[in-house]
Every structure is written in C-alpha cells, then in structure tokens.
Write a protein that binds this ligand. Structure first.
Ligand code: PAF
Length: 279
C-alpha cells in the first residue's frame, strides 16, 4: 500500500501505469468498501482508492461536519493490500479554485434523493469528473447501495468518459440485513437493530410486489409502520431498475428505493427485484 496526498505525487506514481481500477470513497471504510477493493484487485494490479470528503456534495454544513473521519483506521484497513495506492488529497488539491458546479444532469438527478438534497448529484459529478480526469482509470467501481448515484455516474461517463467501465457491486449487509454505511457509525451500537427495520420494510414491500400484490398499498403501510417507530420518511418508491423511471405496468425489472431519517441521521437503501419472482 502506498499513500499519496498530492495531485503531482499521484500523477508521478501513475505515469507508466495501465489498466488502473479506481474506487472513490469518502473514507470511514467498512466491509462494503473492502468488497469493492477485493473486486478491483482481481481485475488489475494497479488499484487507486481515493479518500476525500467532498464538501461540494453536502447540502448542509452540519451534515458535512458530522461525517465520520477515521483516516488512521482506514489506512490500517488498507495496509494488507499490496498493490493499492491510497490518494488522500487536501481540499485545495482537488479544488484549487472554487469549483463551478454546474453539470447538465438528466432529470432523474432532481428526483428521489435529488429532490431532498438539491444539488447533491451535481456535487458528486463535480468530484468524479476531477478524479476521473486525474486518474484516467480503465474501470471505476461503486457500491449499489448508492444506486441513483451509480446510475448518474454511468450516464455522465457514457458521454464524458466513454472508455471508463463503471462497475456496480452488490450492497454488503450485516446479519440483520442493514446495509453497511459510513453513516451507521453515527448511531449507538444498540440502535443498529432499530435501524435495520428500514431494510426489513423495503424487503417486505419488494416481496409483496413480487407476489403480484399492489405495492403502492404496501408502501403506505410500510411508511406508517416506520413513522410509528420514529422515522421521518423522505421517500419510498418502486422504479424501473434500468433507468430509475417510474415503473409502468408490464415492467418486470424493478427496484425499491428509500431514504429516511432516524434520530436525525439519514439512511438510504434499495432492493432490486424481478416481478416474476426471480432476481
Ligand atoms: O459514494 C461516495 O462515497 C461518494 O459520493 C463518492 C462517490 C466517493 C464521491 O464523493
């Protein structure tokens, strides 16, 4: 493992490297990130992992401030990975000047999470554009937990970086079905069981939809049950998994996506499913 902090240092290291596989992160690494890195090391001998908390994608300064910062722990987790280059830039390395955050994203960027976090995806694409341009990877790997982000990065890359393959990897969950997320660390240990109720609700709705039941009713039922347990719901919706458009009768490959707040901490999750019961 090699750690580099400057853009010039990273450029020098990557100078003669081909087939780079890149994993952008905001740190506070967990098994979900490690599964992406394991996949990357299967594909390439040169793997770059960036750790950069990107202010451009946060809607509130409070949210940015409380985002977990655990760089020492992150580096310890990555130490066993011989071929991994960790890029840990300071703010001015990525944004030497205030960035012009103004990408023309597809309308879906303003729906689902985009509706509740205006400008968030523009901020994500801003940093992805900088990092792709710098690292010029052959492939970049993202977790499917951030499904809408993955979709928008795929759409952006098709046009701006058509040679980069965007790979989505399955969400890693704990024994209660809770999707691993850096934000889980903001909860007390004993609250982790409570927050897995969110995933259980989405799973129930997906099962109802798969068995042919009216999933709009199950969504309303699920939302009520979550509210009773103290959750504030941003949205729970079933969409087409291919393009995240509203599902129409006859669409079979679907995804239930949700975002909700528990004790002022926002969680997202999703489950892909197929209407005939198979996955
Ligand atoms: O998913 C994340 O951790 C971030 O949105 C990303 C892709 C690293 C961009 O800052």
């Amino acid at each position: 493992m090699i750690k580099v902090e400057s853009v010039s240092g990273l450029r020098a290291l990557l100078n003669d490297k081909k087939n780079i596989v890149f994993i952008p992160t905001m740190g506070n690494l967990h098994e979900g990130h490690l599964s992406l890195i394991d996949q990357a090391t299967l594909i390439s001998r040169t793997v770059v992992v960036s750790i950069f908390i990107n202010p451009a994608q946060f809607n509130s300064s409070q949210d940015l401030e409380k985002y977990p910062r655990t760089i020492g722990q992150d580096i310890a987790l990555l130490r066993p990975y011989e071929n991994v280059i960790i890029f840990v830039p300071q703010l001015n390395e990525i944004y030497p000047e205030t960035p012009n955050i103004n990408y023309d994203l597809p309308p879906i960027a303003n729906e689902l999470c985009g509706k509740y976090r205006p400008g968030h995806f523009n901020g994500v694409i801003t940093v992805i554009d900088r990092l792709f341009n710098l690292i010029k990877p052959q492939a970049a790997i993202f977790g499917k937990k951030d499904y809408q982000q993955l979709h928008l990065i795929k759409e952006f890359s098709k046009v701006s970086y058509p040679t980069i393959e965007i790979i989505g990897m399955p969400t890693i969950r704990d024994g209660n079905g809770l999707a691993l997320s850096s934000r889980n660390n903001l909860f007390e240990k004993e609250q982790l069981i409570d927050i897995s109720f969110f995933n259980q609700s989405l799973t129930n709705i997906a099962h109802h939809a798969q068995s042919g039941q009216n999933y709009q009713e199950s969504i309303l039922f699920g939302i009520d049950a979550l509210k009773e347990r103290g959750w504030l719901i941003d949205y729970i919706e079933v969409r087409r998994s291919s393009d995240l458009k509203v599902a129409l009768p006859g669409d079979r490959h679907l995804i239930i996506l949700g975002a909700a707040n528990y004790k002022n901490i926002r969680l997202i999750d999703n489950i892909e499913f197929c209407i005939d019961g198979s996955n």
